[in-house]
Design a binder for this molecule. Structure first.
Ligand SMILES: NC(=O)c1ccc[n+]([C@@H]2O[C@H](COP(=O)([O-])OP(=O)(O)OC[C@H]3O[C@@H](n4cnc5c(N)ncnc54)[C@H](OP(=O)(O)O)[C@@H]3O)[C@@H](O)[C@H]2O)c1
Length: 317
């Protein structure tokens, strides 16, 4: 499995990670199969969050990792905190939102609750899930320092933040943020559209993320692409969807050429980008996930990459 450097650290992680947002309500046997399938493909990086299925996803993941008998230092577990749902967590932490909460006490409690659900002593990475406009960066820094000093978290990152929001948090920290998790996939390429259409007057020129792609490369922050198979926000997968016939035809051509499937090519489109992104796949179907992990052994040419981009309905200025 292709490896990418995690932020500016000396740690290398697989270019494909398994996200468990959709695991919470699946049977235990399926959770077990998802974990074992990932490990069999050298995908040893698991992404969760305290809010996924109100905590049930992390509980399922933690149990499946226990049942797999995998040594803790052979895997990476990443979780996120900072969102409080309207209906709180399933295991009764008493929190009630909806709001974002980057207070020191909440961030520490959120990370500690995840350790319990995941049956582990530490998180490899803890992300701030979504920007809290009421945040005090000093509170974030104090939470991170306490979690780090207690050995409960190794690295920290953010999610859904633009460059100045990253800078705001970073300015208070004494260590570098390693990752920013952002929606990205063939049917969600805003970061690239804006980069290609700089200073043009068409809709693709709209800069919605403040230039996060180039910023992340300059700062050596790993972009983790969430929902890589969805169009819109959780509207459904674009693969085999007749609404996206052109891009499916192009993906099929390339799948035939390289002896893989459309699912593989859709992941390779992301890993081809020199930003060295990590793709957080969310499939809970073992065969499909295996196809998404089969990215080694071929590389799309630059022309093929642009052909996919254009077949997805984008234009080059
Ligand atoms: N930081 C954030 O704000 C944020 C937000 C959302 C998600 N995430 C992370 O990103 C991870 C992935 O998100 P996601 O689950 O939306 O990812 P996804 O991989 O884009 O979508 C997975 C879903 O689409 C279905 N699917 C995917 N490819 C398919 C295909 N070729 N044919 C039919 N169905 C297909 C899967 O069904 P099957 O299970 O049957 O394969 C599953 O229901 C999450 O688990 C989470 O870790 C982060």
């Amino acid at each position: 499995m292709k490896q990418v450097r995690l932020g500016n650290t000396d740690t290398f992680v697989p270019a494909v990670a398994v996200g468990v947002m959709r695991l919470g309500d699946k049977p235990a046997a399926q959770a077990q199969a998802v974990v074992e399938n990932a490990l069999a493909h050298d995908v040893n990086f698991f992404d969760t969050a305290d809010i996924y299925a109100q905590g049930r996803s992390s509980i399922k993941l933690g149990q499946a990792l226990q049942d797999a008998g995998v040594e803790r230092d052979k895997i990476f577990i990443q979780s996120k905190g900072g969102i409080i749902l309207a209906n709180g967590q399933v295991d009764g932490d008493g929190w009630q939102g909806p709001r974002y909460d980057f207070s020191k006490s909440h961030l520490i409690a959120a990370a500690e609750a995840e350790l319990k659900r995941l049956q582990t002593d530490y998180l490899d990475v803890f992300l701030l899930h979504r920007p809290d406009t009421l945040m005090d960066p000093e509170q974030v820094a104090a939470a991170f320092r306490e979690l780090k000093d207690a050995g409960k978290v190794k690295h920290f990152g953010v999610s859904n933040m633009n460059p100045w929001q990253v800078e705001l948090v970073q300015a208070a920290l004494d260590e570098q943020l390693v990752a920013n998790q952002l929606q990205f996939g063939i049917m969600h390429t805003g970061m690239i559209d804006a980069d290609l259409h700089v200073n043009m007057t068409d809709a693709a020129a709209t800069n919605r993320d403040g230039g996060i792609l180039a910023y992340s490369r300059v700062k050596h922050m790993t972009i983790q692409a969430w929902s890589p198979f969805q169009y819109g926000v959780f509207q459904g997968p674009f693969i085999d969807n007749p609404e996206f016939a052109d891009v499916n035809a192009k993906l099929q051509d390339l799948a035939d050429k390289y002896g893989v499937t459309k699912n593989t090519i859709a992941v390779a489109f992301i890993t081809k980008h020199p930003a060295n992104m990590q793709v957080v796949i969310g499939s809970m179907t073992v065969d499909r996930a295996a196809e998404m992990m089969a990215i080694d052994g071929f590389e799309l040419t630059n022309q093929e990459w642009y052909d996919i981009y254009l077949a997805a309905g984008n234009l080059l200025p």
